[in-house]
Design a protein around this ligand. Structure first.
Ligand SMILES: Nc1ncnc2c1ncn2[C@@H]1O[C@H](COP(=O)(O)OP(=O)(O)OP(=O)(O)O)[C@@H](O)[C@H]1O
Length: 609
């Protein structure tokens, strides 16, 4: 890992070397032939500049001392010079083009690895914590640097070796000329400073970059576009995005300007040293201590040394930039590894005793108040448990903990007596299903948008038809031109559905799993009218009671919906304040009874009007 974690001051370290090795291995796997060509050209490149300089000295010195044999003396020198020059110039081009191509292809692989790592994290923390999101954003934006890290490292290596050869030859003319190499240090140091300030500016504005990106996307989606249009919030949001963008560009521009000043200072030092080297060699020639060929060698190597050093500096900069991204990449892989579930016990085939929640507590990362405290309840097999409560009471948090999306910060959840974290997560997930208020609109053909609820049965048309029927979605599907094969969503030229119709399909998706252990319905019918909702819940309750091996957790705001549940839990401020059957809770005449009567009266009033 880089010497420092995020924040812009990372120095390429073993993490970068590891990533470079990894990206080289990916390149080799993708195209070993092209990698071999690139490596071959890179090796030839290391001696090409020195060979060009030597051949030119040879040409000048032989021209002076050849007598009548000029052509014979010059021919080998010219031949070596031409070969070296072609290797340096044309080889460079070919190598760079191949490197770019390989980098693009490895970039795709790296992105795939990032997605796989992200998808393998069983919890949702990395998608909700701002510091984690910033890291993911920086990683996502700079994967190309990561993908090209092995070539950046090889460019640096070529630069160092070929510059070393040049310095060795220069020192042969006069030891003082080796000092020219020291003058490489100011540009290197200046580039490092520049790079750090640029990375720091990017890290400091990562949140603004995310904000701008998010607002930008809001303008491009019909859901948010509608509200923006109606409220006329476009100008305000535009201004928000613009301000965020301006903060990013200003910080980055300021860092770039600083970088340019540092780099110019570095190169001025080098130019002064080169002029001094030329004066020294000219003096040596005048004193007969060096030949004209030596002067030619110093001119050639001196000018090339400049670009060799620049190549080294550029390569080093890219290695360092990759170092910053590597930092985030390795963090993601380590985070994904750390989060890998350790549970190995199989999920039961059917619930026998049910799911027991004991003294459950949870505080969101970075939050000051717990979202749940001391929650105790039992989800019995073959029953429907309803959770009610005002906004922010902790209902969805309970659902997320039961589904394993978050790890509780206190208390326990056991499934038939086995702690949830001891169960094999994949096996547990395969026995879970659910529908949520904020469901996903999968822009796929209907049968896949529904079938994806159980990937194993996704292509089973009969199962998909059954789930569609169970969710009462067949009238929607039947009226569409291609039935279940109809493409959904306008992005791919498909049909657009109403909110309620999308929601019915989300419900059908939740019903794809035939024998779940836990079915969670977190206000999945908010877009349906009360009658349709009531009918659907009747169906769910019948199904739940008909399957003694499963339990159903239902979250709703509508009390008329939950009154038929076997057990009702009232949450308030993250605590269970009441629980029992509808009759028991009405008899207790507490908060539930009060809320129920208020809602019933409101519905009656509506009916009368
Ligand atoms: N990702 C999050 N990070 C931090 N706090 C959160 C997060 N999600 C929810 N909370 C907080 O946790 C508490 C419980 O939220 P939760 O979503 O569970 O409530 P809810 O009862 O489902 O509300 P609603 O009926 O509005 O859906 C709230 O105070 C909320 O602000």
């Amino acid at each position: 890992m880089s010497a420092k974690s995020s924040g812009g001051a990372a120095v390429p370290g073993s993490g970068t070397l590891r990533t470079a090795r990894h990206t080289f291995a990916l390149s080799w796997r993708i195209d070993p032939l092209v990698v071999s060509v690139v490596v071959g050209l890179a090796l030839a490149q290391t001696g090409a500049v020195a060979a060009t300089g030597l051949s030119q000295r040879w040409v000048v010195d032989s021209a002076q001392s050849s007598g009548g044999q000029l052509l014979g003396a010059l021919a080998p020198a010219v031949l070596i010079g031409v070969v070296a020059h072609v290797t340096a110039a044309a080889g460079n081009r070919v190598r760079y083009n191949y490197q770019h191509d390989l980098t693009d292809r490895v970039d795709l692989e790296v992105n795939r690895e990032i997605l796989t790592a992200t998808a393998s994290i069983p919890t949702l923390e990395h998608l909700e914590r701002p510091d984690y999101l910033n890291r993911l954003e920086l990683l996502r934006r700079h994967t190309a640097a990561l993908a090209g890290s092995c070539w950046s490292l090889s460019d640096t290596g070529i630069g160092v070796i070929s510059a070393g050869l040049s310095v060795w030859l220069l020192a042969g003319v006069h030891p003082a000329l080796a000092v020219l190499a020291l003058l490489a240090l100011p540009p290197l140091w200046a580039a490092k400073r520049a790079r750090h300030s640029l990375a720091a500016a990017r890290a400091a504005t990562a949140e603004d970059q995310r904000l701008e990106d998010r607002v930008h996307r809001m303008f491009l989606t019909p859901e948010s576009g509608k509200e923006i249009y109606l409220t006329g919030a476009g100008a305000v949001l535009d201004e928000t995005a613009h301000s965020a963008r301006t903060r990013v560009t200003t910080a980055v521009l300021r860092a770039r300007l600083g970088a340019i000043v540092w780099q110019l200072t570095g190169w001025v030092c080098y130019a002064a040293g080169f002029i001094a080297a030329l004066v020294l060699t000219a003096w040596l020639v005048a004193e007969d201590a060096a030949s004209l060929g030596d002067l030619m060698l110093v001119i050639t190597l001196g000018t090339q040394l400049r670009s060799q050093i620049r190549g080294t500096v550029d390569g080093f900069s890219r290695v360092a930039e990759a170092g910053h991204t590597t930092d985030h990449y390795l963090w993601l892989l380590a985070h994904a590894r750390r989060q890998q579930p350790t549970g190995t016990r199989p999920a039961p085939c059917a619930l026998e005793h049910g799911i027991r929640v004991h003294d459950l507590a949870f505080t969101y990362p970075g939050a000051h108040e717990p979202a749940l405290t001391g929650v105790d309840l039992t989800l019995r097999p073959g029953s429907v448990i309803a959770v009610v409560g005002v906004n922010g009471a902790g209902k969805s948090t309970l659902v997320k903990l039961l589904s394993g999306m978050y790890t509780p910060t206190g208390g326990s959840i056991t499934v038939d007596g086995v702690p949830l974290d001891e169960l094999d997560t994949t096996a547990w997930r395969r026995r879970l299903t659910g529908a949520f208020q904020d469901f996903v609109r999968f822009q796929l053909p209907i049968r896949h948008a529904v079938g994806i609820g159980d990937p194993d049965a996704m292509d089973d048309r009969e199962e998909v038809a059954r789930a569609i029927h169970a969710a009462g979605a067949d009238p929607i599907v039947d009226r569409l031109p291609d039935g279940p094969d109809t493409q959904l969503g306008t992005i791919y030229g498909g049909v657009e559905l109403s909110q309620g119709q999308w929601q019915r399909l989300a419900l059908a998706r939740a019903l794809m799993r035939r024998h779940p252990l836990l079915l969670v319905l977190d206000e999945p019918t908010a877009a349906l009218d009360p009658l349709a909702e009531h009918e659907l819940y009747e169906v769910f309750m019948r199904q739940a009671r008909a399957d003694p091996g499963r339990t159903t957790l239902l979250v709703s705001h509508r009390f008329s919906t939950v009154r038929g549940a076997d057990h009702i839990v009232v949450l308030d401020g993250g605590r269970v304040t009441e629980q029992g059957t509808h009759t028991e809770l009405m008899a207790a005449d507490g908060r539930y009874a009060e809320s129920y009567r208020t809602q019933a009266a409101a519905y009656q009033e509506k009916d009368i009007r």
